[in-house]
Design a protein. Structure first.
Length: 615
């Protein structure tokens, strides 16, 4: 394969700088560009010193994408030096507003809750800044593409990568006219550059008259990125031989967001580079996040792609722990974060979750990019979808999912338990009489239904929502926190045991039928007659179902490590510290499975750290 040539705009720092590094590491000749000549030359020198790139691999040329003569000068340079261009990465961009940095940094904390922050009070937008934003982010990229199209058409495998943002999605617009003009994916046949220009002119007109908010316009940055996404689709249709795509690299730590991002520049650059190097059968005309692209593209190899200079990929792991504001879940978060894993602590109650987050940060000194919070109610599909979107947009994948959220499905008479606790000596760790506990518990149909919805269906919903993200991990792990009460010996019904035991014939549909029959029998008062457990019946059946579903998943996803674990009876507030094990001991058993090597087991049940039969 002949030599390849690339240009990256806005590349003296941040994502652009790292894109240059990664492309050059593939033996591609890259022209690093910057509006400020000194900063650009300093960036080139920094790369040459750190990575040892030669002068024929890494070059600099001044570029201001808002200046047509500057763009023309670079195009002339490429034409004279290389005669063609193979890769153009349009990365140059500005936010288009003045931001109150300190208030912004404080506000970022609330993003972990999954709510949409209103940034307008801390942003100052002017007509001049909005115009500059459009000129740089949209028209600047358009100037570059138009100037370099003749050189790109001389390439055997031309690639254009437009760095965009999820803020450019049309859902950020309340202006229905603009949405219709920029079009849905199905409207690409009617999308034109003239329509894009008309939308931008109307936006600036409304901004100048002070009516942009009343007419449903988002920030200038969002408008510019939506326009860039639309133009990407226009180009792909017009030039089918050229692969043209837009990519949101994720929420990366750069100066544009005052270093408040969650991803490193290396991680942010990874997917623009993958698009630049994708094979000739890859997609074109897409505005994608990293999830969709992970399923659609292959990376084309070059002769110089030596093992020592492969594109940088992050070794950081990302984890989600459900029901993690206290108890075992809380300690699982601590132990995972202590291993350098970025963990999202979740809880149904946002205040309790944030309090838990602050407690961990205060005691463990974890930085903001290692420990985050997001609200999650495993019964609520919209809550699960919100968390899934958050993980997708911020990290691009998930490596570890710990399903810890669960309830007993029974109301416990606290006074009776306290009396038993006092009778046992009243000291921490005293063993409460189980006969007293059983008598203090009351179950209803509604509490049993809720137990199934959280313990089994809740975990199932979360797993199904995160499967696409887990499939992008090199070592995906799912750990379902179960209980020894979920052993089949605790269910008298031979029919139910036979169904759950036969993993080869077991399906989710058959499990649903079984659970519906269980609930029907509960409602009719025929649990004992039909062989269902009478003590903590909902809890027992829910955990047995989770164990069975674990085996289904392991059989279906061979590259996953999916296991269930009974961590033990932990000393927690809910049982007045009467458990047998500390929360640290119980959490360690969960974490051990989350961090097991790639040749570890899958589809198995562990009780107190030991492999145990499901029966």
């Amino acid at each position: 394969m002949e030599k390849r040539y690339a240009v990256v705009t806005g590349s003296n720092k941040g994502i652009g700088f790292e894109i240059v590094r990664q492309l050059a590491s593939h033996g591609i000749t890259v022209v690093l560009t910057s509006r400020d000549e000194k900063r650009g030359l300093d960036a080139v020198q920094k790369l040459k010193e750190s990575d040892g790139f030669s002068d024929d691999i890494l070059l600099f040329h001044q570029l201001d994408v808002a200046n047509s003569s500057s763009v023309a000068s670079l195009a002339e340079f490429i034409k004279n030096q290389f005669r063609r261009l193979d890769i153009l990465v349009n990365n140059a961009g500005i936010i288009g507003a003045i931001v109150d940095v300190e208030v912004f940094k404080c506000g970022v904390e609330t993003m972990h809750v999954g709510t949409q922050n209103d940034w307008r009070p801390i942003r100052t937008e002017t007509y001049e800044l909005a115009t500059e934003c459009l000129e740089t982010n949209y028209y600047g990229a358009k100037r570059m593409i138009e100037a370099f199209l003749p050189l790109l058409q001389s390439s055997q495998s031309p690639r254009i990568v437009n760095v965009t943002s999820t803020m450019g999605r049309l859902r950020s617009f309340s202006n229905e006219w603009a949405k219709a003009m920029l079009g849905k994916l199905s409207d690409v046949e009617n999308l034109t550059e003239e329509k894009v220009d008309e939308v931008l002119s109307e936006y600036l007109k409304d901004f100048k008259s002070g009516s942009q908010l009343a007419k449903g316009w988002p920030f200038a940055y969002s408008v510019s990125k939506a326009a860039l996404n639309a133009y990407t689709r226009i180009l792909a249709k017009k030039f089918p031989s050229c692969k043209v795509n837009s990519i949101c690299p994720g929420y990366v730590k750069t100066d544009i967001n005052h270093d408040c991002g969650m991803l490193s520049a290396e991680e942010g650059a990874e997917w623009p580079v993958k698009l630049a190097l994708m094979s000739d059968d890859g997609p074109s005309g897409l505005m994608e996040d990293k999830i969709a692209l992970g399923r659609k593209i292959n990376i084309s190899k070059t002769p110089s792609m030596a093992e020592a200079t492969k594109v940088t990929t992050s070794k950081r792991l990302y984890a989600v722990v459900t029901g993690a504001n206290k108890g075992i879940g809380f300690e699982v978060v601590r132990q995972l974060a202590s291993q350098g894993i970025t963990v999202v602590l979740t809880a149904r109650d946002a205040k309790r979750g944030l309090d838990a987050l602050q407690k961990l940060k205060g005691s463990g000194g974890f930085p903001d990019d290692l420990l985050l919070f997001h609200q999650l109610d495993v019964i609520d599909m919209s809550s699960i979808a919100s968390l899934s979107d958050f993980i997708r947009n911020v990290f691009g994948r998930l490596d570890i999912l710990v399903n810890n959220a669960g309830i007993t499905g029974a109301h416990i008479d606290g006074d009776a338990v306290k009396s038993s606790f006092a009778a046992a000596g009243g000291t921490e760790g005293a063993q409460i009489s189980w006969d007293v506990v059983k008598n203090a518990m009351s179950e209803t149909y509604d509490s049993t239904l809720e137990c199934l919805q959280i313990n089994y269906y809740g975990a199932k919903r979360v797993i199904e929502a995160f499967l696409p993200l887990l499939q992008l991990s090199q070592s995906p792990r799912i750990v379902n926190v179960s209980s020894e009460m979920g052993k089949l010996k605790n269910i008298p019904s031979e029919r139910a045991k036979g169904l759950l035991r036969d993993v080869d014939s077991l399906t989710e549909e058959r499990m649903d039928e079984m659970l519906n029959a269980f609930l029907k029998d509960y409602k009719e008062g025929s649990l004992e007659a039909n062989g269902w457990p009478l003590f903590l019946s909902g809890y027992t059946v829910s955990k047995a179902s989770m164990n069975a579903y674990t085996r289904i998943l392991a059989k279906r996803h061979h590259n996953f490590k999916v296991n269930c674990v009974c961590p033990g009876f932990a000393k927690t507030d809910s049982n007045l510290n009467s458990g047998i094990y500390s929360v640290e001991e119980c959490a360690e058993r969960v974490v051990r499975l989350a961090l097991q090597p790639d040749d570890g087991p899958s589809g198995l049940f562990f009780v107190h750290g030991k492999l145990t039969p499901f029966d």
